[in-house]
Design a protein around this ligand. Structure first.
Ligand code: FPP
Ligand code: MG
Length: 328
């Protein structure tokens, strides 16, 4: 089994330097804001997005010295802090009490302060980006923020109406997750001044990785107790994600209406949650979703074909395998 530590190895020194870079840039005025910020930064998670920036920068750099550019750290910071802020806001929207096994920011300080902390992180992030003068990176990366919001609104609307088509589902995950991941990989190439074609190829690679990443997240919501979040949250929130969608697409209209009806009761009735989880597991919803996820990962790996063998190319291929295997 591939581990993230193995994948990080070729850029480990750079990741440590990046962590110091973030700590030195992100401080807050005021004791309470300082505590909240420290809390948010201390549980940043797997760091997949900055890792993608670093690996893409190394893969596309004309020489090793180019990857030491401060632009690489800046790009990694911009994507990671957008991600951090978006999860803080997401937990407010979802009324989630835990994130990565620890109380969410809203659980500790209430929702209104969590919203403000997320806003503060975004404001500081853009501010630091603009002060750096690296406007190409700032506009490329910060342009993705709108897509995240669009994805969330569409998801919310579908959950409220208990409807979901494949087009809706892929549209949602492309915006809410794949957009920031594709921007992370392409920004890595931009940060080392790679050509337009390489930047676009990295964007396509990141989009495929991002789609797979979110599909696996949606599978794990049904199947894993190791994510640090309660299982079956999507059902409780009335969300139809790919595993359930694959089941709904194959039943007749009457059964579909019954299952959607049960979904609408999941917020308040744990027996309906267990019932729908059982249906998705027993009727092959997880396997079907996994097959689609692997198609995206195959597409991503194929996009690396043109690159010569290197530890960075191997790490990106391994990251694709890791996403397909991960259980947390
Ligand atoms: C997690 O998905 C959430 C996202 C990938 C995006 C959240 C985006 C917003 C709340 C819009 C705000 C945008 C900005 C730029 C601050 P999930 O709920 O499927 O995953 P989870 O199970 O980890 O919560
Ligand atoms: Mg959520």
């Amino acid at each position: 089994m591939i581990t993230l530590d193995d994948i990080r190895k070729p850029v480990m020194g750079r990741i440590e330097a990046f962590d110091r870079f973030v700590d030195s840039r992100f401080s807050a005025d005021g004791e309470l804001m300082g505590s909240m910020l420290k809390y948010a930064l201390s549980s940043r998670g797997k760091g997949i997005r900055p890792l993608l920036v670093m690996l893409s920068a190394s893969l596309n750099a004309p020489n090793a010295a180019a990857t030491d550019s401060p632009r690489v750290n800046l790009a990694a910071m911009l994507v990671e802090m957008i991600h951090v802020a978006s999860l803080i806001h997401d937990d407010v929207i979802d009324e989630a009490d835990t994130r990565r096994g620890a109380p969410s920011v809203n659980a500790v300080w209430q929702s209104h302060k969590a919203v403000l902390l997320g806003d503060y992180i975004l404001a500081r992030n853009v501010g630091i980006g603009l002060e750096s003068g690296q406007f190409d990176l700032v506009s490329h990366i910060c342009g993705a923020m709108a897509a995240l919001c669009e994805g969330e609104v569409l998801q919310d609307d579908c959950a409220a109406r208990h409807t979901m088509t494949r087009k809706d589902y892929f549209d949602i995950i492309r915006r809410k997750t794949a957009s920031l991941i594709s921007v992370s990989v392409s920004a890595g190439a931009m940060a080392v001044n790679a050509g337009r074609e390489a930047v676009m190829k990295m964007h396509s690679f990141g989009e495929a990785v991002g789609m797979a990443f979110q599909i696996q997240d949606d599978i794990l919501d049904y199947s894993s107790v190791k994510t640090g979040k309660p299982r079956n949250n999507d059902l409780r929130e009335g969300k139809i994600t790919l595993p359930l969608l694959c089941v709904l697409e194959r039943v007749d209209e009457e059964r579909r209406r019954e299952l959607v009806d049960r979904l609408s009761r999941c917020a308040t009735d744990e027996r309906e949650v267990d019932y729908l989880n059982g249906i998705v597991v027993n009727e092959g919803g997880l396997q079907k979703a996994a097959r689609i996820m692997h198609d995206y990962l195959d597409k991503a790996v194929a996009l690396l074909d043109g690159y010569p063998d290197s530890e960075y190319r191997k790490a990106l291929c391994d990251l694709c395998a890791f996403i397909g295997e991960r259980d947390r």
